[in-house]
Design a protein around this ligand. Structure first.
Ligand SMILES: Nc1ncnc2c1ncn2[C@@H]1O[C@H](COP(=O)(O)OP(=O)(O)OP(=O)(O)O)[C@@H](O)[C@H]1O
Ligand SMILES: [Mg+2]
Length: 173
């Protein structure tokens, strides 16, 4: 790990799909080309819901935001530059990551990656990690934001301020 890349974490409780959308929209307003957001968590955790809300917030005119479940990647032109939405659940071979063009996209586009565990050692170390956890009651999600790159320490306080009226802070264990 590079110097000044010590990890940071914040916990949020999201009390319904609207809270998930609110944090996605709020973050969208701060993203630039070269930013990668990794979306982890089990089936049904809200990864796609988050990605769709974020993409919709940046599209200049509304368009379909299909799931990349089978195509692995969907791309969009947006007011903030190109967006890549990847779902790596069905990735069969890590060689596909390069073939898809994802490694260049990490440098040149805004990338949202579901099932980022599949990236293994190709995971960009400057990415923001969002981990969604489903509590037993299923009516909310516990979100943990983790990062090492200084960039996220700069933009997250402002991005999260926008939504503080909604998702509640949560103490991490
Ligand atoms: N904070 C929340 N509280 C309760 N439900 C939520 C919350 N955020 C999203 N959801 C709901 O979770 C459901 C599943 O979301 P989604 O399809 O985005 O999951 P996913 O993580 O992408 O799953 P998969 O791994 O199958 O792609 C949706 O019905 C969505 O409305
Ligand atoms: Mg999904």
């Amino acid at each position: 790990m590079r110097k000044n890349m010590s990890p940071h974490s914040i916990g949020k409780t999201l009390y319904g799909p609207d809270d998930t959308s609110a944090i996605a929209v709020s973050l969208a307003g701060h993203l630039l080309s070269g930013d990668t957001v990794l979306l982890s968590g089990p089936v049904g955790a809200g990864k796609s819901h988050f990605a769709r809300s974020l993409i919709a917030a940046l599209l200049e005119s509304p368009e379909d935001i299909p799931s990349p479940t089978y195509t692995l990647v969907q791309t969009y032109e947006s007011s903030a530059g190109e967006i890549w939405h990847a779902d790596l659940y069905r990735l069969t071979d890590s060689a596909e990551i390069g073939e898809l063009g994802l490694l260049e996209a990490f440098d040149q586009a805004i990338c949202l990656v579901e099932w980022p565990e599949r990236l293994e050692n190709l995971t960009p170390d400057r990415a923001l990690n969002l981990g969604f956890f489903i509590p037993e009651s299923y009516d909310r999600r516990e979100l943990t934001l983790t990062w090492s790159a200084p960039r996220w320490s700069q933009i997250l306080p402002e991005a999260l301020d926008d939504i503080n009226a909604r998702g509640a802070d949560r103490d991490l264990p």
